[in-house]
Design a protein around this ligand. Sequence first.
Ligand code: GZL
Length: 365
Amino acid sequence: MKPTASVRRTSARHLLTVGLVASLALVSACTKSEDDSAKGDSASPQNDAGQVVSSPSTGSGPSCALDAYGGEKLDLKNATVGFSQSEKEANPFRIAETASLKAEAGKRGVKLLTANAQSQFSKQISDVQDLIAKGADLLVIAPLNSDGWEPVLRAASAKHIPIVTIDRKINATACKDYVSFIGSDFVEQGKRAADQMIEATGGKGEIAILLGAAGNNVTTERTKGFEQRIKEKAPDLKIVFRQTGDFAREKGQSVTENLIQSKPGITGIYAENDEMGLGAVNALKGAGKKPGAVKIVTIDGTRNAVQGIVDGWIQGVIESNPRFGPLAFQTLDTFTRGEKVSQDIVIEDSSYTGSNARADLGKAY
Ligand code: GZL
């Protein structure tokens, strides 16, 4: 298990309302034990706005510094940061992610240029090239796809523009094509979702997977973790259906409508993000099903999905925290001061079930 910068989440967020510097003191590199993450009782330190605030230099993996990457020291306050968002801001995950970057830039008085690729990869490549042309000294990229970044990375590295990727990984070389990756452990998320599905179904029956969009590591890894854990721990739980819902609510609904026609006795549905899970709920409601008749487990931690647990439609949600603002800027700040940052900064996510959904609804985004 890769070491992660984390501190056990206290029971109430207000206990964690510490400034970024103070919370860095709280952070300790540790390796998640399988049990800890299964229990889901650990999460990266968050400030009172739910922003992830782990330290950028705590991970014990390989690091990156200016002398290796190339480029000059910069004072972030006098720099321009370009942020490239991947998907349209219809998904609360993207809304919260962009808001977090904007809030941190505002707090630090840093000039931020933003672009949104509206879920079109070719547009994201041209967005990043435009941000460079507009004078971005540093880039934060939330990549739509994992492959196809060579053109823009070449343009950026020719100008020694530091790049931090958040959320999804790109298939490129750390500390050469980009400085650091900041995001969740998606295989772990899949495993924890499987634990919740096993709990909800008693480990028996037939289940379906609503796959995320193709072409990115999140879908691949959430599927891998889930299927691995089901195989390990619940041989009587059969995965009988897999189809992509493209991380979208409408498609999640239409795929589920077809699913319950072809498999009316389906026991459970694992949706690889909340939007598809909420689409599945709409399909079940439309078919006259009762809450809980089909066990649903999703990943993200959006407000509507956690409310779905309270209402009985959804049995579990694994958080995928998108509020990378403080950590992304802290990483850029540390790096441009000439200090080392980890190439892989993996955050830990919390989770929601019937036992904490109502109390923790305010932590959802
Ligand atoms: C996960 C992120 C995924 C979210 C979806 O970090 O890449 O993309 O889980 C979003 O909601 O579409």
